[in-house]
Design a protein around this ligand. Sequence first.
Ligand code: CP
Length: 324
Amino acid sequence: MKTLEIKHFLAAADLSADEIRKLFDLARAFAPHVRRGETIPLLQGKTVVNLFFENSTRTRISFELATRKLGGNTLNFATSTSSVSKGETLIDTAKNIEAMGPHCLVVRHSSAGSPTILAHTLAVPIVNAGDGFHEHPTQGLLDGFTIEEKLGTIAGKRVVILGDIAHSRVARSNIHILKKLGASVAVCGPPTLLPPKPEILGVDYAYRPEELLREADVVMALRIQLERQNRMQIPSVAEYSRIWGLSRERAKLLKPEAIILHPGPINRGVELDPEVADGPRSVILDQVFNGVITRMAVLASVCVPERLKELEKWMPKSTGGSRG
Ligand code: CP
């Protein structure tokens, strides 16, 4: 196993295609062990603190599981029961936690750039678990990994990201990762939910899903993020669902082999019909499992890069090759 040394894991924009492939290889090596309920004790004696200033189900629990499956200790920080409620700043909070000696801080914050500020201020490795509109790099990683596992390769595939692109850190991280691995990416949504010049993201765009769905190998539906909009930027949720939602009828436009992703949480009946979310094309729960093994790959690379060569003894002979 080639080693991958990353001091902090802040943005998909910072990763090279080679680094992404190495992280995929690591995740692929971990997968059979996790499926069998085995621990790979690379993080024995290490403590990872989940410093989440925003709510989370999938990301926080999968980082916690990823740490435990690597034999490490994990601690969770909840804003509501911390001294943040007494006015303590992000930097003071993080410096005080760092002083207690953890080996990694996994940070989610509503302000874009918060994990980067901490990476410049603290010595402990920082992993970005989602910062404002900016990036959600481990989500981009797990989505890319899921596409590669399901379709065999990302190179040459057409990926359509549908929904609230303007407010989506998931879209940004995915665009970086998928383009670096050779996908052709298009975004689609109401004009008010696309950036003013979508082409600066290096993607194609359309305002109506029907213009893109027939050519898609992958459709990634995004959640309408009303909490990140200063004012309602769509006429109504019902109108959004009627024109941009991935309904059963609209999903019939897709190629037979096309797959559907969603990062969660789903607004059922808004961006995805329940039948589509639970249907045979949906790989949403595969994304969730892959979230654990790709986050194991990130934590191992950040916390113990020098120990990754030990993985050879854990790897079945047939794994380790990058696809695509
Ligand atoms: N996809 C995602 O980030 O989900 P959570 O907000 O539940 O972590």
